[in-house]
Structures are given as C-alpha cells and as structure tokens.
Design a protein around this ligand. Structure first.
Ligand code: GLU
Length: 343
C-alpha cells in the first residue's frame, strides 16, 4: 500500500458517511455476540436490564459525531467511574500521592479480587480495579463531596442529565460484601485512612451514576484531545493527567482481559459491568458504547466486538499496520495466539 493510501485511510474518519456505514455494519456484526453474554447479576438491579441493547457514539476530533442504536439509553457507569475518580485524584491530590497508594501495573486478576492484597507490601495493582479505586476514593473523600464529583462528571461528559441511580446504588450497597472486605483489608494496611463505610458510599455512588454512550463519547473525546474540549476549547484536566489515564486504559482498562483486548483492538478502553465502554482513540476520536451482556471478564461482549470491527475498518488500532488489511494474516496471528493460550 502506498504512503498516500495509508494517509488517506487514516483520515477517512473525517468522512462522516464512510464512518457511519462502517459503524452500521459493525453494529450488525456485534449484535450477533449478545446471546453469548450475560448481564451482571451480582448487583441484583443490574440483573433486570434488557441484554438485547446496543448503542454507539463515535465522536471524532474533526468531523461530526455519529450516534447509532441505543446510544441515549441511561445505564450505570460502574467501573467507568474509576476513570473520573482517577482524573480528579491526579488533579487535586497529585501524581505522587495517588501512586503512593496504588500501583500502575496490570493485575491479571478479576476486578474484585483480594488475592494478592494480603501480602506484606502489597498495594492495589492499579486504580482501575476495585481495590485500587477504593484506595483512590479514600484520597478524594476528605477533599470532595459526591455532589462535587457529580458536577465534574456532568461537565466532563457534557451531560447535565447525569444523576445518581438510587435503585442501583441501594442494590449494590446491600450486596457489596467483597468491596467491604477489600476496604477493611486496605484499612488494616493503612492504605485507606478515612472512614471505610463513608468511602464505600462515595465509591458506590460514583458507580451508580446514570450515563449514556453519548456521555461516554464526550468524555473520551476530551481525553483523546489531551483534556481539551473540541467544542468550547476549555481544558477539563491537565495533559499529563490525560496521558496517564490513557496509558492505564491500554494496560489495565479491561481487567484480566486487558492484554488480549489490546492485541485484538488496540484502543485504550475502560469497561464497566453496567455494559458501558469508554474508548479513546488518541488524537482521533472518542467512542462510547453500551451493551449490557458481558463476557467472562465482565466486559461488554457485543461492545468489544463492535470496537474490534471499527478498530480494523477505521484504522484506529494504536499499532495499526496497513498489512493487517489482509484478513487472512490476522486470522493466522489469532490462531497462533490461541494455540499458545493467549486467547
Ligand atoms: N460497582 C461495581 C463493583 O464495585 C463496579 C465493577 C465494574 O464495573 O467492573 O463491583
């Protein structure tokens, strides 16, 4: 493929009609994955959600926003809120204070795991798993109220309608024994130094904010543009914060599926058990997806498929190589990885 052709392909996302066609096709392909997944049931209210929903919002830095399917359906942010807590903690507590409490390494374990935490010097692997986010929220607790966090979330997601879903919040608070266990363990190690129950409430309220795929695309768009809105030109976080967040999304955003997702899709992404995906194609586009049926790792099964499709077709993979257009080559690579138990 000539250099000119590569450049053309990379800028095709500004062609709204072309992107829309690719998104519509990707929706069709992704829809077929839904029956293979299950909605989360460990938070009883989430078990009542209709699994057959799929929506996407694609918001390029240049060009028009494209929204398809259930893009305006409200769902709870769940773990995607860990991104917002991390942004605010980096901004107001500073990088050193945050990374004194949590690491910046992938965990390779389930999102709510306690397994490694009891080791002597262990701190949570990263801010995007439950233990890490509980540590981050305990840093925030003396500094901000939930109302402050809600206000910032509405601004950074450009969505004044975001609110607390009280039903989901109550449902999770009544069943959060694992997060409570993690919290008391972290308190015993001096990582949580604030009131454990108040901290659990803040963390769980953040998880229970009602967003849409559209609001996630707005946040992702700002992250892709290094923290600055493409609409009003205002800065919503420092560029170093945006950079740290994007790096952690790539390495840790999809729990113990992060490595495989990075190979298959190559777009820094954060998932939540409510079915949301916040995907940041750096300098190019923000993407929000909603589809509540989850895979074994707790990531939206159709959402991941949709991102994989558009990563390939719109050349959004961070490590995009035009040669990968040869489908046969991709299939060979995937087969090899499967044989070596990588996927
Ligand atoms: N509120 C959920 C929990 O703490 C969030 C988990 C997730 O979205 O992965 O278990």
């Amino acid at each position: 493929m000539s250099d000119k052709k590569i450049v053309d392909k990379q800028y095709q996302i500004e062609d709204t009609e072309h992107s829309r066609q690719i998104l519509e096709k990707a929706m069709e392909v992704a829809m077929k994955e839904i029956p293979k997944g299950h909605v989360a049931t460990y938070i009883p209210e989430l078990g009542k959600v209709d699994p057959n929903q799929l929506g996407v919002c694609f918001y390029p830095l240049k060009g028009d926003k494209i929204c398809i399917g259930d893009y305006d359906v409200r769902f709870t942010m769940q773990s995607v809120s860990k991104v917002i807590m991390l942004i605010v903690a980096l901004e107001i507590c500073g990088l050193d204070n945050v990374f004194r409490k949590v690491g910046a390494e992938p965990s390779g374990e389930a999102f709510d795991s306690l397994v490694e935490l009891d080791k002597n010097d262990a701190k949570p692997y990263n801010p995007l798993i439950n233990s890490g986010a509980l540590a981050v929220s305990s840093l925030l607790l003396p500094e901000v109220s939930f109302q402050d966090m809600l206000r910032y979330t509405r601004r950074v997601c450009s969505d004044p309608e975001i609110d607390l879903n009280r039903t989901v919040y109550d449902s999770e608070m009544a069943t959060c024994s694992r997060n409570r266990s993690i919290s008391y363990l972290l308190e015993s190690k001096g990582i949580i130094a604030t009131d454990v129950e108040d901290n659990l409430k803040l963390y769980t309220k953040m998880c229970s904010m009602n967003v849409t795929a559209d609001s996630l695309a707005n946040l992702a768009n700002k992250l892709a543009n290094d923290g600055v809105s493409t609409v009003d030109g205002k800065r919503y976080m420092s560029s170093i914060t945006a950079r740290i967040v994007k790096t952690l999304l790539l390495t840790c955003g999809m729990y113990d599926g992060s490595g495989t997702f990075a190979i298959k899709v190559g777009i820094p992404t954060k998932s939540g058990v409510g079915g949301g995906l916040l995907a940041v194609s750096d300098k190019r586009a923000g993407i929000g997806v909603f589809s509540p049926a989850l895979d074994a790792q707790g990531n939206s099964i159709a959402g991941c498929k949709l991102l994989r499709e558009i990563a390939n077709k719109l050349c959004l993979n961070l490590f995009y190589d035009p040669e990968w257009d040869k489908k046969i080559e991709e299939e060979t690579v995937i087969t090899n990885l499967r044989e070596h138990s990588v996927m």
